[in-house]
Each structure stands twice: as structure tokens, then as C-alpha cells.
Design a protein around this ligand. Structure first.
Ligand code: GLN
Length: 284
């Protein structure tokens, strides 16, 4: 089968899905181990019988709703290429807002004299997306990513190697449970924050993602409450705590942070215009 025929076939199979054309191209480029440009440059090249079989299998999986990032085992985030696994959340573009805001805080002039020794913690690191992005941008900092799941710790560690990042390490920890004695300049987290009964969980990619990475009690805030309550003991004076949270949770997260003694609490919008990230600083 030719490349253009294969793409046409796949797009028709994926009709009615979220993004038939993009999905078909990403899957075929991955199976051929080529860029998407290659597909347009060489439309008349033919797939080997094995490639065709792999492509048909991948399209069938996508038809059944499986996220593309799980089918190809990879997702780009920030400047990085990250391996994915069904044990962890697929990195989302909106999470880059958390990376941007954390970076802006860490790079402000009042921090710069410390820049060589900043210590950063990413709670619930999953693929390592946030930890590795910060580590890549701030090569003199030390980043520790923790996750409750061993599988995530292994995946994040392999993602560090994959991107040649040497200033991030990953350990198994249930939030702060393995971090006794640590004090960080900044703690960042994209914890689970969806309400357990949310209808949103019944559609699209989230159906295939682990609920441990998505849901957190009836109002979605159980883990955020726990982290805010514990974080002050793990922050240096004037240290910062920043979360990604639900589109309608900014006000509650701000309130929880202020109640726990955080100041300069501020929220930022995601690419869809929703308040998605909230940051606070513990008083010095
Ligand atoms: N942002 C994710 C979503 O809306 C949820 C991830 C999370 O709970 N941290 O699908």
C-alpha cells in the first residue's frame, strides 16, 4: 500500500473521531520512523507488509479511543520528547503554563543570586514533564520529582536519560512521605484534581488514563488540600508553591494557600483562557 493510500484509508477509518487527519499522520510517521514532511514528500512510497500491519493495528486502537500518546508511547512537552505509559497522565499543553510561571518566579532578580543552588520539587511527577522542563531550563538547579507509583519513577528516570538531563532525580514517595528533612526553594505540582463523579471522565483520552492521576475526592481538592497543609514544612523561607488545578478551582486554591500562610497568591490562565495555575510564597 502507498503512503497516500494508507493515509486516505486511515482518515476514513477515524472519521468522527477528534482529529482523524492529524492522528493518521502522527501514527504513520511513527511507524515509518520518519517525519510528517516525509509523508508528503514521498506519497508514492509503499509500506512493507509489516509496516502496513502495524499501521492497521494502530488505527484500530485509535478507533477504539486509545490516546495517540499511548499508542506511539511518546509525547512532546516543552522542548522535550517524553516516553509515556498507561500508568501516568499524558502531558498536556496547558501544563506548560505551570512550567512558564514557575520559571518566571525562579528567574526573578531576587532569586538570581541563589540560582546555582535552587532546589525544586515536583510532586506527582508522572512522566517527569514538569521536573524535566525546569531542570532543562535551569541546569544549575537540582530537581527532585516524586511519584507514588514505581512505574512513574522508572519512566521519569528514563525520560531524563532520553533528554540527557542530569540535574533531575526521581524517587518513590506518597507526596511528602519520603522527603523528611528536605527544604525546597520551590514546590510545583500537577496533582489529580477532577471530581470523582465528573462526567468529563467518560469522554476522550481521560478514559484511558489512570484515575490515580486524575481524580481527588468529591470536590477534586483532596490532594491539593493535603499538599498545601504539608508544604510549609518542606519550603525554605520565602519558598514558593505552585499548582495546576481545575478551571473553576482558582478561588478555592487561593483561599487554601492564604489560610496556610502563603502570601502574594496569584492565578494564571491557560491557553483556553481558564484560571489554571495558582502560585503562592511562604512568608519569609
Ligand atoms: N488537566 C487534566 C485534564 O483536564 C487533568 C489532570 C489532572 O487532574 N491533573 O484532563
Amino acid at each position: 500500500m502507498r503512503i497516500d493510500t494508507a493515509l486516505g484509508w486511515a482518515i476514513s477509518q477515524l472519521e468522527g473521531g477528534e482529529s482523524p487527519s492529524v492522528d493518521a499522520k502522527v501514527l504513520l510517521a511513527h511507524i515509518l520512523n520518519q517525519s510528517q514532511t516525509y509523508l508528503f514528500t514521498w506519497p508514492d512510497k509503499t509500506l512493507s507488509p509489516q509496516q502496513q500491519q502495524q499501521f492497521e493495528h494502530a488505527v484500530k486502537e485509535r478507533q477504539a479511543g486509545k490516546p495517540v500518546a499511548y499508542i506511539i508511547g511518546q509525547r512532546d512537552f516543552w522542548t522535550l520528547s517524553l516516553g509515556t505509559s498507561p500508568h501516568t497522565l499524558i502531558p498536556r499543553p496547558d501544563t506548560e503554563v505551570l512550567v512558564e510561571r514557575a520559571l518566571a518566579w525562579l528567574q526573578q532578580p531576587s532569586q538570581s543570586h541563589l540560582n546555582h543552588e535552587l532546589e525544586i520539587c515536583d510532586l506527582g511527577t508522572g512522566t517527569g514533564a514538569i521536573a524535566l522542563s525546569l531542570a532543562a531550563e535551569l541546569p544549575k538547579c537540582r530537581v527532585i520529582g516524586v511519584d507514588f507509583l514505581d512505574e512513574a519513577v522508572h519512566l521519569a528516570t528514563s525520560n531524563a536519560k532520553r533528554n540527557s538531563i542530569t540535574n533531575a532525580t526521581f524517587i518513590q514517595s506518597d507526596w511528602f512521605s519520603a522527603l523528611d528533612g528536605y527544604k525546597f526553594d520551590a514546590i510545583v505540582s500537577n496533582p489529580p484534581y477532577i471530581e470523582t463523579t465528573s462526567p468529563y471522565l467518560l469522554e476522550g483520552d481521560v478514559r484511558f488514563e489512570p484515575s490515580s492521576a486524575l481524580t481527588s475526592g468529591v470536590d477534586g481538592l483532596d490532594d491539593i488540600r493535603h499538599i498545601i497543609h504539608s508544604a510549609p514544612s518542606f519550603l525554605k523561607a520565602s519558598g514558593m508553591l505552585a499548582f495546576e488545578h481545575g478551571f473553576d478551582q482558582a478561588e478555592q486554591v487561593q483561599q487554601l494557600l492564604r489560610q496556610a500562610g502563603f502570601i502574594d497568591v496569584v492565578s494564571y490562565k491557560d491557553y483556553g483562557g481558564n484560571d489554571r495555575v495558582t502560585l503562592g510564597q511562604i512568608s519569609g
